[in-house]
Design a binder for this molecule. Sequence first.
Ligand SMILES: Cc1cc2nc3c(=O)[nH]c(=O)nc-3n(C[C@H](O)[C@H](O)[C@H](O)COP(=O)(O)O)c2cc1C
Length: 358
Amino acid sequence: MQNSIANLFAPVRVGRHTLKNRIVMGPMTRSRADHDGVPTPIVAEHYAQRARAGLIITEGVYPSPVGKGYVRTPGIHSQAQVDAWRQVADAIHRAGSLIFMQIMHTGRVSHPSLLPGEALPVAPSAVRAEGRIWTNDDTQKVMVQPRALALEEIPQIIAEYRDATEKALAAGFDGVELHGASGYLPEQFLSSATNRRSDAYGGDIRNRARFVLEVIEAMVQVAGNDRVGIKIAPELGLNGVSDDSPWETYSCLVRKLDELNLAYLHIGYFGAKTDYRKQLRPLFRGPILIGGGLKKSSAESLIQDGTADAAVFALPFIANPDLPDRLQKGLPLSVPDKSTFYTPGPKGYTDYPAASDH
Ligand SMILES: Cc1cc2nc3c(=O)[nH]c(=O)nc-3n(C[C@H](O)[C@H](O)[C@H](O)COP(=O)(O)O)c2cc1C
């Protein structure tokens, strides 16, 4: 492993890029776009404040209007969105960091009121997710039974990921990450409970993994393998996904991903009985990013023992824009205000001070 035996603050090669340190800002939906999915100007400011990270992964961004799952989330299908994202990428580059866009199609985790023409959300199969979702009028609505994608519609969905990748690169992004976790469309295909198809995209794991792999291949076609990463979070169980044999599913998927020589594999680990961080490491030869409740000491030991090449911190970046400095100097961390995670405007978004401002 090219990146082992180093600390959090040493540079690391990730695909085409060299990160200045091994602290990655993890993807976080913060709902600061307008109703057309255009990021507002504070989005550039927010990310630029956090550019001490070696790499920033954006919040989930929908590739097409039907991929939208939450109020005020951003997209990457219109020219206005591309123009706004260019401001974000430029701000990060000026501040001396790198930024990947996370492409997130939420599939069945949506609601007709968020979709064009009040359309039904799409999914591999017509299996409803339990729970409610925040919609455009800022009320929570019960998720509906999605419409199963017809076989002949799937190439179009995959093409939307390719177009989104092209637009992210046109906006100046350094790469793209496929959101393959949290129960959204790719994981709906991957997981046995949400995929009841009997065609080439359903059934055994080779078929259930087909959608994810074809999406990744489409993204690679435009960005190159060294600018595409994927996030997985086995057994997280968010948004009602579950799998009959998760180890078989994820070991099979990761072996296939390994053949594609991607920029990185991002593993979110949330304390499942199988320690996927350790178990998947030998199956993937490229850089591995690991996140999920990390502290400085746990991040350092994952890097020192070669399990991870870089450590992903999400939540701690909300109230600590200068998180890498605070970790390096051993300064105390501020606690974020949950009530402003998804509210519009700068409060709880761009107004957390750096330690040096106190
Ligand atoms: C407010 C919030 C929004 C999130 N949105 C996303 C998202 O859009 N995409 C994603 O992959 N994960 C998302 N996550 C999960 C984080 O990326 C990360 O996996 C999780 O918070 C665990 O890491 P942490 O303990 O360092 O926060 C979100 C987490 C939070 C707290």
